[in-house]
Design a protein. Structure first.
Length: 211
């Protein structure tokens, strides 16, 4: 399985039988690191929820233009909204071959801000992407988990990781961190999780890793 991060929570997963792009939001498109013409043929575009750092309508239209047969997988609320765009792609809320969708409640936002539906996915029975949720009973051996955000804390994220006990952790949802701060937090997480025999991989946007 080859995994490439394209800023924040966007991951490209390339594995036998499935190519999936997860959560290409506005930070991803604004970075210009994600080149649609250089992507492999996509089977799925997964959007965990409708917040703009995960869902960008312009970007989705661009992906649809290049990959009109890729299924768009999301939650029921966002599926209904995307259906109004009249894209050629099938839009579905539910599991597919090599892609298991599970309900994952979005973490509470500050000051009782209204929340949205969020899903998580298990890809090829190997990688779990939670969207913006820590509310899951188990993870596959590779866990992509938010490390920071308006709903999260670094301490909370590490507690969740130790509870779920994946073999490998991939940090996501960290656009807010300055590069030096991100490197510091990555290094500390790697050190802390090592004693639990959990490997923390310090992802750099645009650089794939093989797992």
């Amino acid at each position: 399985m080859k995994i490439t991060k394209f800023v924040h929570s966007c991951l490209l997963i390339e594995s036998p039988g499935i190519n999936a792009l997860i959560d290409p939001g506005n930070y991803t498109w604004g970075s210009h690191l994600l080149r649609v013409d250089r992507l492999p043929v996509l089977d799925y575009v997964v959007i965990t929820h409708e917040h703009p750092d995960h869902y960008d309508e312009y970007g989705l239209r661009e992906l649809s233009r290049h990959f009109p047969h890729a299924a768009i997988i999301t939650n029921t609320d966002l599926a209904n909204k995307i259906a109004t765009l009249k894209l050629p792609n099938p839009v579905r809320a539910g599991s597919e071959d090599n892609l298991t969708v599970f309900e994952a409640k979005h973490e509470p936002l500050p000051l009782a801000t209204p929340n949205v539906l969020n899903i998580g996915v298990h890809v090829a029975n190997k990688l779990t992407h939670t969207g913006d949720s820590y509310d899951l009973p188990q993870s596959r051996e590779v866990l992509a988990l938010p490390l920071t955000g308006p709903f999260a804390s670094y301490r909370q994220a590490l507690d969740v990781i130790v509870k779920l006990k994946p073999r490998v952790v991939l940090p996501i949802h960290d656009w807010e961190w300055h590069k030096a701060a991100r490197q510091n937090r990555y290094s500390r997480a790697k050190q802390l999780l090592n004693k639990y025999n959990i490997e923390f991989i310090e992802l750099e946007s645009g650089d794939p890793v093989e797992l």
